[in-house]
Ligand binder design. Structure first.
Ligand code: ADP
Length: 231
């Protein structure tokens, strides 16, 4: 796998949360979480399985709603946005990467990466061109027309990162992004994130992999329903 190419982000966006509370029934998962995510840097939230990391990431990414508190994207509280505005925000501002790459097996890599552009209404030619650029940027220029099954797990995860960023999202949210990868490929994903952050991207990942902390600029631990800065 090649290196991440140098390109710079022009669009920056602040992501913060204030006093987030979340419970499932009588089980309290998040108790008054407040944090300003560092811009153009990698932030890792670590903690054991079941600590509430995914819940917090989903709330920060508008995929879930808190019981109380606010999620601020560029200073605007997005917790009260309606469906249409939320979809637009997710499509243009937030990129998501999950443990599994979730690439569609019947489409080529470049088609998979073009998908968010097509969904956003871009013409096919332009969408494919953008997807190609992003895959080149992430060192996958040789894999454009392959199917996901023909790529390694690490390459698929890189393609998933390209898909998350293809609309030039300034915020990348990653939920256990290395959960399915071996040690060498895990490290590659963390290094990719660090390289993209140096180009201006804001990366927030949650993981139980304490190794991630070595590649992050800011590290927090989620424990006892609260977030504690650990570096
Ligand atoms: P982590 O990502 O740290 O492993 P999660 O955020 O997935 O933790 O889960 C935190 C706790 O909340 C767990 O006990 C989990 O079972 C519970 N939980 C998560 N989602 C739901 C849900 N939709 N309904 C009920 N309980 C949930």
């Amino acid at each position: 796998v090649g290196a991440v190419q140098k390109m710079y982000y022009l669009r920056r966006m602040k992501l913060s949360v204030r006093d987030i509370h979340k419970s499932y029934g009588s089980m309290e998962v998040l108790r008054g979480i407040s944090v300003d995510v560092a811009e153009s840097a990698v932030t890792a939230i670590v903690g054991p399985s079941g600590a509430g990391k995914s819940t917090l990431l989903h709330i920060m990414g508008t995929l879930d709603r808190p019981n109380s508190g606010s999620v601020l994207i560029d200073g605007v509280d997005v917790t009260s946005l309606r469906d249409k505005a939320l979809s637009r925000l997710r499509n243009t501002t937030l990129g998501f990467v999950f443990q599994s790459h979730r690439l569609l097996p019947e489409f080529s890599i470049v088609e998979n990466v073009a998908m968010p552009c097509l969904v956003g209404g871009m013409g096919r030619r332009q969408a494919m061109e953008r997807a190609r650029c992003w895959l080149e940027r992430l060192g996958l220029a040789e894999r454009l027309d392959h199917r996901p099954s023909e790529l390694s797990g690490g390459e698929c995860q890189r393609a998933a990162v390209a898909r998350a960023l293809v609309n030039d999202a300034p915020l990348l949210l990653a939920d256990e992004p290395t959960g399915n990868l071996d040690a060498a490929r895990k490290e590659q994903v963390f290094k990719d994130f660090a390289a993209l952050a140096r180009q201006g991207l804001t990366v927030l990942m949650v993981t139980h992999d304490v190794h991630a902390a070595n590649f992050a600029d800011a590290v927090y631990t989620l424990e006892n329903q609260q977030l504690i800065r650990s570096n």
